[in-house]
Design a protein around this ligand. Sequence first.
Ligand code: TMO
Length: 316
Amino acid sequence: MRKITQLAAVGAVAAAPVSVSAMDSSDPITLATHNWSSQIVMTHLVAQLFEMNGNNVELVSTDSQAVYESIRLGDVTAELEVWEGAFGVAFNEAMEKGGLHDAGDHNAVTREDWWYPMWTKESCPGLPSWEALNDCASLFATPETGDKGRFLGGPVDWLKHDVERVEGLGMDFVVVNAGSAAALWAEVASAEPTKRPVVIFNWTPNFVEAVWPGEFVEFPEYFEGCKDDASLGPNPNATYDCGNPADGYLKKAAWDGMPEKWPSAYKILTTISFTNPQIAEMAKLVDVDEMEPEDAAAHWLEQNEDTWRPWIEGSS
Ligand code: TMO
């Protein structure tokens, strides 16, 4: 997985501009990229659509939690992938403070949680139950984790509260955070030849489902209040004693000033909606096919003109 570490002008677009909206400000629309592939590709792709619409666009790499504060303040204009499990709390907090709003859902259902490649089940047949996983904890032990099992979580800015969950449910696991998404995939790839049991953080839609069959661990089902009311859930003294939503949303978020400053681009933003297979494909172009994100975005646009053409026509 590649990281964008600088302000980058968006790459050349394949198609000619449809229309330049006279109404939109010529100031650049700022879009944030983060540290997982579908989001980076989708952001490049939408940047290229905005450019076709005649807008100026800049991309900036930011922390995936802090971005909601940046949007609220207008430093970032929009976010393309608000995952309920990882960012629902930060998104709601920023909305309550004011300055940012919900710019609509993608036609996608998301899940982010502990996950294992299917071969893991051969040595721990009670899976996907979390209790069965816990009974098998020693199978996942490493020198780093002693007697306890090793769970490889995502980068810390995804803020999954795995440590709280392990404590709240009394699990014999140690949470180790990967430095990057690529480190998660490397863990699975290195376990594959010997079918070593591994449990990592993963999500869907993602390229992983096409490469390694696997399953999410079934934790106590997510419910409203699990993340902030300790008295609820199986442990009356702990928050996060539940799984992430199994049918989470995927939203777009926008700065409140966007509709007035870039009305035409804003209309495109609210119209855009990607599906699970489309998002998985965006990740695959980078993580499997090893394309650069901007090339992956241009490639996707070339292959899917029927999808996006209606979004930009009639935008001005
Ligand atoms: C936010 N993520 C899709 C990496 O879980």
